[in-house]
Design a protein around this ligand. Structure first.
Ligand SMILES: C[S@@+](CC[C@H](N)C(=O)[O-])C[C@H]1O[C@@H](n2cnc3c(N)ncnc32)[C@H](O)[C@@H]1O
Length: 424
């Protein structure tokens, strides 16, 4: 096990700009860039961990890759980092990235940075690590982060594909992790594609090692309806009484993120499916990542009273849609792709033959701009959207709208959006 002191390492290759923060550049080696955590994600986590009272000691990342997550933790918590990385060149990249972040926060070779080290070796070989660094003198291990490597084209997302694997890491580090009254402090950064079944497997592994430990699952999305990260926060860093959380990151670093949480004992909402679509009801297309996380009901109950009688339209997973009576409390909420009131239904397919009639219907309803929000042939979509835009621009409509299709029939729904000069 080779111990590397960050401040003594020198760069061989130039750094590469971070995807989320253009004035920051990080070092990568052995094609480690796609594995690295974007700075925005790393900082959101670090700030969230800083909300908890961590025991004294070092922050351990036992598969630290380019060390970006570790650098975010150490700089925010002002605690020394201990990174372990199998690939020696990546371990050096981790050192360089710790240096970059220390310089950014004016702590180079001081405080946490001076006491941080990176080891090139196996992150499950805890005994060897303990012999190489005097962890006791540093107050023990305060916190464990694990972001295992996964095969890029995995079909199964099986737990046995994770490198290093969860069981080996748990067994190796359990004796050394400082415990608070709520157990150890652990964040597992898992594959966003884990199925519910795999999540259960993770829970069982955790339960075997730390029976009864509290846990909070966290889904993170950077937009586009995609889940980008799935994490399990354990013990001292789990949120009391919260079993699931969905975080939609703000478009810019540092701006407020949108969060929805689900309490442990949640009454499961019955999903009424949609049979008919009616004029004057409301249609909302939701963030697909929110729906994938299983937290849509928790969010809907914040936005709509039971009197709104929510019906689910099982449209394409890309555009999950609900119908309801009455508007959302916040139609501009980041979890909303589009929301509007149905002002017209038309029993016609959306195609070139019918486009003029569709535009006339929009005009009769005082619509000035209308976005297509339904699945269409990829080559047809821009043609039809262009046609709608051109025709509406020349006329005097006042309301903004979107066009979607009812699931169980061919009806097109003209939905007028709230706000501006729209649905008054
Ligand atoms: C997904 S990356 C971590 C990225 C990191 N979170 C970041 O912010 O840059 C996972 C890393 O685990 C390393 N790894 C795999 N097996 C390991 C082991 N047994 N011990 C230490 N590192 C290991 C891989 O080389 C890879 O760099």
């Amino acid at each position: 096990m080779e111990v590397l002191t960050p401040s003594q390492q020198e760069a061989v290759h130039p750094p590469v700009a971070d995807a989320t923060m253009s004035d920051l550049a990080f070092y990568h080696a052995s094609e480690g860039k796609p594995l690295a955590t974007p700075w925005q994600v790393a900082m959101v986590r670090a700030k969230a961990v800083a909300e908890f009272n961590l025991p004294r000691g070092v922050l351990l990342d036992c598969a630290c890759g380019s060390g970006i997550q570790l650098a975010a933790y150490a700089s925010q918590l002002k605690m020394p980092a201990l990174g372990i990385e199998l690939d020696r060149d990546r371990a050096i990249a981790s050192c360089l990235n710790l240096n970059t972040i220390a310089k950014r926060f004016h702590t180079f070779d001081q405080g946490w940075h001076r006491r941080s080290s990176i080891l090139a070796g196996d992150g499950t070989a805890s005994e060897e690590v303990i012999q190489s660094v005097d962890i006791e003198a540093m107050g023990g291990i305060s916190f464990l982060h694990l972001d295992p490597a996964r095969p890029r084209n995995s079909r199964t997302h099986g737990l046995d594909e994770m490198q290093p694997n969860l069981s080996s890491v748990f067994q190796a580090w359990k004796p050394y992790l400082a415990e608070s009254s709520r157990g150890p402090s652990i964040v597992l950064d898992l594959s966003p594609r884990l199925t519910d079944e795999r999540r259960q497997e993770v829970e069982s592994l955790v339960e075997e090692v730390w029976p009864g430990i509290e846990r909070t699952w966290t889904w993170m999305s950077r937009g586009g309806g995609r889940v980008d990260r799935l994490e399990l926060w354990l013990g001292n860093v789990s949120t009391k009484g919260i079993s699931k959380r969905f975080v939609r990151l703000a478009p810019t670093v540092g701006a407020a993120n949108s969060v929805i949480e689900q309490r442990e004992v949640e009454t499961t909402t019955e999903h009424h499916s949609l049979l008919t679509a009616r004029r004057n009801e409301w249609v909302t297309i939701l963030d697909a990542a929110l729906v994938e996380s299983g937290l849509a009901d928790a969010w809907i109950s914040e936005q709509l009273s039971t009197a709104a009688n929510v019906r689910w339209a099982d449209s394409s997973p890309r555009r999950p849609r609900i119908h309801h009576n009455g508007p959302l409390k916040n139609p501009h909420h980041p979890f909303v792709q589009a929301t509007g009131r149905v002002v017209e239904l038309l029993d016609k397919p959306l195609d070139e033959e019918n486009i003029d009639e569709i535009v006339s219907t929009a005009l009769e309803n005082d619509i000035s701009a209308m976005t297509i929000r339904m699945s269409l042939d990829a080559s047809l979509q821009p043609k039809l959207q262009g046609n709608i835009d051109r025709q509406l621009k020349r006329r005097q409509g006042r309301r903004k709208a979107f066009l979607t299709k009812h699931t169980s029939s061919n009806h097109l729904l003209f939905c007028v959006q709230m706000g501006e000069k729209s649905d008054q």
